[in-house]
Design a protein around this ligand. Sequence first.
Ligand code: BGC
Length: 721
Amino acid sequence: MKGSFIKSIKVLTIFLIGVIMNNEQANAQDYVFKKFKPPVDYKTAVKRASEILSKMTLEEKISLIGGERSFYIKGFDKYKIPELYLSDATQGVHIRKEINTGLPKSTAMPCPSALTATWNIKLAHDYAKAVGEECRAGGIAVLLGPGMNIYRISQNGRNFEYFGEDPFLASRVIENYVVGMQSTGTMATLKHFLLNNTEYYRRKSNSIVDERTIHEIYTPAFKAGIDAGAMCVMTSYNQINGEWAAESKYVITDLLRKYLGFRGLVMSDWWSTWDPEKSIKSGLDLEMPGEPGNHKDLFEKIGDIFVKKNAARLIKEGKVSENDINRMAKNIIRTSIEMGIYDRTVKDESYLNKFSDHESVALNTAREAIVLLRNENNILPIQPDGKKKILLTGEFTETIAQGGGSAKVDGYNFVTMSDAFKNIYGTQVDYVKNPTEEQLKKADVVLLSIGTLDSEGHDKDFNLPNETEELVLTTAAKNKNVVVVVSTGGGVKMTNWNNKVAGILYAWYAGQNGNTALAEIVSGKVNPSGKLPITIEKKFEDSPGADYVPAGEKIYSNWVDDMQPDIPIRNVKYNEGILVGYRWYDTKNIEPLYHFGFGLSYTKFEYSNLKVDTKTFKKGEKLNVTFDVKNAGSSSGKEIAQLYIKDVESSVHRPEKELKGFTKISLEPGETKTIKMKLSGNDFSFWDVKKKEWKIEPGNFVIMVGSSSNDIRSSIIIEAK
Ligand code: BGC
């Protein structure tokens, strides 16, 4: 693919030296990303925190650095320090029955992988703002999200909670999420730092990864969240190159604080520290939940590992100092002061009046998240004009598919798929639970719902269950006009039936209003505009990291069981290095079933006039790229225009292409818009492991623009000197 394409491209030479990074290329819409500014400035917060700290006894400080009652940080009336409640998660407030916050309900938003499929950064902001407002209504000071581990393997049970496979796309969505969340006064927590890319023995796995890959693939989204102003970070369960993340000085002090510049509160994931001395010295501030909770029996076997319980002894033995404890307590107090949390009440019930706004955000997100993957002979849209008879059947027609675990949100006002279609189509649609052969044959179109119920705590098979596979194949054998609706968190295997069905709509977990959005798309009321934030492989063996589960072992592991002391540590070798997602498939010449960035529309878009503005490119300058996108079809629609870069000559191996810009635009039929994107130094650079810095090498680079990672419409070569 690449050889012929490079020959055919228009050549333009530019002298490129190297400039600073900027994120403006993602923001070609009216909405503009603006970094979060905490209400209390850092210096003032440090001063106030020092004053409080000077009055606290050692015992009091120690009681602050480990959580209590599973989800709280201790409060002290005498210092006017409120108790803080921390709650999950990225896609909405997980209401826990045992904790009464007074929050009557919370909105089930589409899952984060769905949010990412919108490629709409304003939606990311509004979505997080809605979740943040519900936190305020429930007195939640810290939201335990966004979860943001890169999609490395399709089988990760938590992919639905994360932001896809590409560091650039994830970064742009996350920075806007952080700002939206924190604009409400709720602190965001970037989690899980770092390399927790599978649920397979997540508490007993050791991610073995090289330094360049850490910097190019796994930290950029955290960096974007930190630069946007995120106040908290949660470490992960796994080991990183042999050290537990929550007690690793390399991970917390060197990588997170020094390199990425994070100065807020670092907490552990729940029960993930093993050595209290190491944890204290690593740079961690808060051990969560800090006590055995419901797992007393287990901790009798594991031993007394809690920071809070061991800190005084460790000081006495001279292994840690009171200053270490001061640092931890001070970071917790200072971060809360910066956020204004000691100056106002956390709970603000006026936000209870905003639920209808939140429902609208959930609906708008679903409308832009659902991806049309296949539409043979324009089977969709189906006009609600009473003509074509639709038969609706399948797995999630009367129940809602959602992700499980700590991220689960119960939601309210759910619209089932059968109701959503009846609302639009009336008697034109028949919902039949177990259709007969005759009913299937008679229908003009069969809408077939399938999916998986993914969850934290265990991975899931990329292959669909046999019954589901059967269901699609037998249905497709009876009717040539089957449209499959897939509700899931990440990629699933569709290879055996992809060509046998007329349409595929990838619906993710689309939240409480997701089915309304789905029916609007099927009827043409809404033109689909989502694009895949992941690559969907033909078979699991094609994917990077496919050997992460040793041959013959089941992918299921239980999250409590895998804390048992006798379970060995398992090495997960990230042998593919930087070749994650499309970087892998492109470079290895493996054709996936669906490419990263792909999604169909009911209209079509043409690209033209690709230009760059300068031939000399000096340090500190930006390179402006412009091109035109035209709606060449007959319905209005939204296009996600994507910009990729390839380094043609390099001393190190570079991917075939890397996303460095995108924008989502609305176009009326016949309308053309000029897209402007800016590129700067880091967009062209790689992580130089010798010098420990980003480096741009002289030579040619290709700038490509197009509609997906595999649908490049135009390109230009530039040269760095
Ligand atoms: C999860 C975290 C979550 C925490 C608290 C852990 O099991 O990994 O993502 O925030 O529980 O519920």
